[in-house]
Design a protein around this ligand. Structure first.
Ligand code: ZN
Length: 439
């Protein structure tokens, strides 16, 4: 089975490009089609040659192959001449340990004109796709059964992502900001990864005979969360969306009766040895301390920027003054079953700002001065320090876990695998009522 993966730009957001430069270590076929009055043309791209593709009007402009000259066409396909090869996009950059590299892909590359830009789609074998996801998603040092649970989730999500890209001509995109991160050919793949992919080959997660929405995140910090408390409806944007039966938050061990209220989160955060399967993770608990100056220097800007963005605007409600005064405190007014903040008020001297949804709440704390992109999770509580005049001088933010916490959590899966649980048992813990099926 093949997967069509839309390739994003260096920002991991844009799904189209101004131009792209393609190369390969092996001889590959380049097929141009849709050239006016000309049938499909096939040329060879040799090692060392670079194919450049940009847009002229509604068509692609293809240069770099002496035998092809300058071609104006609607689609370019690059594919192995024989066997397996790697096709690299020289103009793209992807982060790796210690730097950045141009990504390379097995299979085929399809380039087409969309508006005045170039769209790139990698067409690869499903199991190659899972390899390109797993290397970045889960350490090879984890137990085999945990990696197998992740492999089934990644395979399912790759075929059935939350946001459909079918109208754009591909199944899934390669960005964790939208779907799940797909690195292409990666050196991060260990023997454990390979074995996990091989032993779950073709397996996906289903619920009542239909593919499940196989969400996952890094560390839930003691309790996973229910879908409707973190995500909007992908079609209507409605929040909260209809709940999903198998995406219900589950406890990861023994928790206090005060959980998921703030007192329960405080207790869990302070315990030296919490009795949960994910407490071994360094991401289980964290703390960020910000002075009022640093906080106020950036939060109004982060909130304002998000108000201008279509995907966030409806989750931010301004006070009647429509301005952001001095910050007095933060107040979580609604929490999910894991204690995740679903609604938060920012009490300022110019009125109360209401912020809804966990990713939006995490993101309003974006602060370049302390290199903070967003909080690691929204399972948070606060302590304040005030000056002699009673004004805020410092806030300590305490948090549990990393990520949204819906569906499978990787550190919990590892904890369960260490207890001897199989990947099917792990998956049925995080996706209750869902089962593993072969495609
Ligand atoms: Zn996507």
């Amino acid at each position: 089975m093949k997967v069509r993966v839309g390739l994003t730009g260096n920002d991991l957001k844009s799904l189209v490009h101004d131009s792209l430069h393609v190369s390969s270590k092996d001889m590959v076929w380049v097929t141009t089609s849709g050239e006016k009055g000309v049938s499909d043309k096939q040329s060879e791209l040799c090692p060392g040659q670079v194919l450049s593709v940009s847009v002229r009007g509604p068509q692609l402009l293809v240069t770099g192959l002496p035998q092809l000259g300058i071609a104006v066409c609607s689609r370019v396909r690059v594919a192995a001449k024989t066997g397996v090869t790697s096709i690299c996009l020289q103009s793209l950059r992807r982060p790796v340990a210690g730097g950045v590299v141009a990504p390379c892909y097995h299979g085929e590359l399809e380039l087409s004109a969309v508006g005045s830009k170039v769209q790139a789609v990698a067409i690869c074998d499903l199991e190659d796709y899972v390899r390109g996801v797993l290397g970045s998603e889960i350490p090879g040092s984890y137990k085999l059964e945990a990696i197998k649970a992740q492999a089934v989730s990644a395979r399912t999500y790759g075929l059935y992502p939350r946001i459909s890209h079918e109208a754009q001509g591909f199944t899934v995109c390669d960005s964790y900001l939208c779907c799940q991160y797909f690195a292409g050919i990666t050196s991060n793949i260990t023997l454990n990864h390979k074995q996990a992919i091989e032993e779950t080959k073709g397996e996906i997660l289903t619920y009542q005979g239909k593919p499940a929405l196989a969400l996952f995140s890094s560390c839930a910090g003691g309790h996973t969360e229910s879908y409707e408390n973190c995500f909007s409806d992908p079609l209507s944007g409605q929040f909260p969306p209809e709940p999903i039966a198998y995406l219900k938050g589950v406890a990861e061990g023994k928790l206090s009766s005060a959980f998921p209220q703030e007192a329960g989160l405080r207790e869990l955060w302070r315990l030296r040895a919490p009795q949960t399967v994910d407490a071994w993770s360094p991401h289980f608990r964290w703390q960020v301390t910000l002075t009022a100056d640093v906080l106020e220097g950036h939060m109004h800007h982060a909130v304002e920027t998000m108000r201008q963005a279509a995907e966030f605007a409806s989750f931010i409600v301004a006070p009647p003054s429509n301005s952001f005064g001095h910050i007095n405190s933060f107040e979580i007014t609604n929490r999910g079953v894991s204690g995740v903040a679903v609604a938060m008020k920012i009490n300022t001297s110019k009125g109360q700002w209401l912020i809804r949804k966990e990713l939006v709440i995490r993101s309003v704390f974006k602060n370049p001065e302390v290199k903070l992109e967003r909080l690691k999770s929204a399972r948070i509580f606060f302590d304040y320090k005030k000056d002699k005049l009673g004004l805020l001088s410092c806030v300590a933010i305490y948090g549990l876990g990393w990520g949204h916490g819906v569906g499978l959590q990787q550190t919990g899966a590892e904890g369960l695998a260490r207890q001897g649980k199989s990947y099917k048992e792990i998956l049925s813990h995080y996706f209750q009522g869902a089962v593993v099926q072969v495609l």
